[in-house]
Design a protein around this ligand. Structure first.
Ligand SMILES: Cc1cc2nc3c(=O)[nH]c(=O)nc-3n(C[C@H](O)[C@H](O)[C@H](O)COP(=O)(O)OP(=O)(O)OC[C@H]3O[C@@H](n4cnc5c(N)ncnc54)[C@H](O)[C@@H]3O)c2cc1C
Length: 248
């Protein structure tokens, strides 16, 4: 049976950069959403007359224990109907009709293997939910390596939180790739940073395939296609070790 529709509303907006904002959606009075970290919802936005052309999916960036107010991290795509709606029309109080949770991009239970999370931009959303969930519930896990890519240092989403996890979450590593930062000074960051894309990080570190490691990829097609090719064709990882959430 398809998940039910909910009528929530925007309860908060934070402008992180010009093109990436955080939006919080409050559940209808007295209701909560049961979901697993990594899942998404589908919103029915007033951007088209035809139903299917109005639907857009967004990963839930907040952890499952915060189930009365859901957070989303959304990037503005030039010429995008939903982008225009979120960045030019939505304000606190705007109703949001959505359905969910959906998706199988979730962690194994128990987490009995090493995990490498690879993402760019707002593709970090499901990993922020997963990591916050593991930390909050002190869930047992093995080594986790988050590899995040964006253009400029100001676009390092949830930077403070991941720095905190570096101090508090055992066996957590965080690596950042900045593709366009003009004057990068890696020594000024408390975590490893390089100029370029995410791919060299895992190509070097996980060059010898192991059966006890899984890769989780999230973001836009270019990054995912390249990572899938590198991991399965070039490095020889099994398809069952690679999980991905494609944004478009
Ligand atoms: C499961 C799932 C989860 C998602 N979660 C998130 C999320 O958490 N945050 C988020 O920001 N988005 C997320 N998305 C993407 C989101 O659903 C929309 O596709 C996105 O917001 C763009 O919608 P739009 O109407 O603005 O753009 P559209 O009208 O659909 O397209 C807008 C423009 O973007 C261009 N475009 C299309 N693909 C790309 C691309 N790969 N790179 C650059 N430009 C492109 C098109 O050519 C077009 O000009 C998710 C998608 C899925 C399937």
């Amino acid at each position: 049976m398809p998940a039910p529709w909910y009528e929530g509303h925007i309860s908060r907006i934070e402008k992180v950069t010009a093109a990436t904002w955080r939006f919080w959606v409050a559940m209808p009075e007295g209701q909560c959403l049961d979901f697993r970290a990594g899942q998404f919802v589908t919103m029915d936005l007033p951007i088209h007359e035809r139903k299917v052309k109005r639907w857009r999916s967004y990963s839930i960036a907040s952890p499952p224990h915060q189930n009365r107010e859901l957070e989303f991290c959304i990037v503005r795509l030039e010429g995008g109907a939903a982008s225009q709606y979120f960045f030019e029309e939505v304000e606190v109080g705007t109703p949001i009709r959505f359905r969910g949770p959906s998706g199988k991009f979730v962690l194994p239970e128990p987490v009995d293997r090493d995990l490498v999370f690879i993402c760019t931009g707002t593709g970090v959303a499901p990993f922020r939910s997963m990591l916050t969930d593991l930390h909050h519930h002190r869930k047992a896990h093995r080594r986790i390596h988050l590899i995040f890519g964006t253009r400029y240092a100001e676009g390092i989403l949830y930077r403070d939180e991941f720095e905190q996890l570096l101090r508090e979450l055992p066996d957590f590593r965080y690596s950042v790739a900045l593709s366009r930062e003009p004057d990068l000074q890696p020594e000024t960051f408390p975590f490893p940073v390089r100029r370029g894309y995410v791919h060299p990080w895992y190509l070097q570190e996980y060059a010898s395939p192991r059966p006890d490691i899984d890769f989780y990829l999230c973001g836009w097609r270019n990054m995912i296609d390249e990572a899938l090719d590198h991991l399965s064709v070039r490095l020889g990882y099994e398809k069952t070790q690679i999980h991905f959430e494609l944004y478009g």
